[in-house]
Design a protein around this ligand. Structure first.
Ligand code: XMP
Ligand code: MG
Length: 184
């Protein structure tokens, strides 16, 4: 018998092991690209918390600092509109910094696209993106993402930082929700 939470998951898309293996690969690439440079990892709250924690600990040669931002996208219903409001800004001054945005998921790409231009305008030395998940079929804008974990189908997913009504973030895997959860 699984827990109540597990019964809410229709299908496990990515296991804990698959996620960990992929983050090993991404960390090795990042280490190779940034060796001996100081990088500011910018996490987007709250979804990116797990990716940030695990990816940052796998970096062996990159010197990192960490900062966090919280944004909200305005739109009709659950859809992102590209109109973004900063709920919590970074503490760090970005002038001359090498910034690596750490994201949980890229859906339409509108939030990330806004974030990149916002941060770039603060005088960064460089800016790149590492995202755990991407839904290619949902893309509304092209975003240049250097480090990508997995391309997934255009379905709502939870776990590994991602929530439905603030639940399921702590699941160690990524899965799709059973219909009974959102149908009430
Ligand atoms: P856009 O569309 O601007 O939005 O790329 C990205 C943000 O939308 C949220 N998002 C999801 N959250 N499961 C979630 O729990 C999903 O399947 C999902 N798709 C998008 C997320 O906050 C992401 O940063
Ligand atoms: Mg997010």
């Amino acid at each position: 018998m699984g827990s109540a939470r597990e019964q809410d998951i229709k299908h496990i898309l990515l296991t804990e092991q698959q996620i960990s293996d992929k983050l090993d690969e991404l960390a090795a690439q990042i280490d190779a690209d940034y060796a001996d440079r100081d990088v500011l990892l910018v996490g987007v709250l709250k979804g990116a918390v797990m990716v940030m924690a695990d990816l940052s600990r796998k970096l062996k040669h990159t010197r990192t600092s960490m900062d966090w931002m919280a944004v909200s996208s305005y739109g009709s219903g659950t859809k992102s509109s590209g109109v973004v409001r900063i709920l919590k800004d970074l503490d760090a001054d970005l002038t001359g910094r090498h910034v690596l945005i750490v994201e949980d998921i890229i859906d339409s790409g509108l939030t990330l696209s806004w974030l990149i231009s916002n941060l770039r305008s603060r005088g960064v030395a460089s800016i790149e993106v590492a995202a755990m998940l991407r839904k290619p079929d949902a893309a509304k804008v092209e975003v240049d993402v250097k480090y990508i974990g997995f391309d997934i189908p255009n379905e709502f997913v939870v776990g590994y930082g991602l929530d439905y009504a603030e639940q399921y973030r702590s699941l160690p895997y990524v899965g799709t929700l059973a219909p009974h959860v959102y149908e009430g």
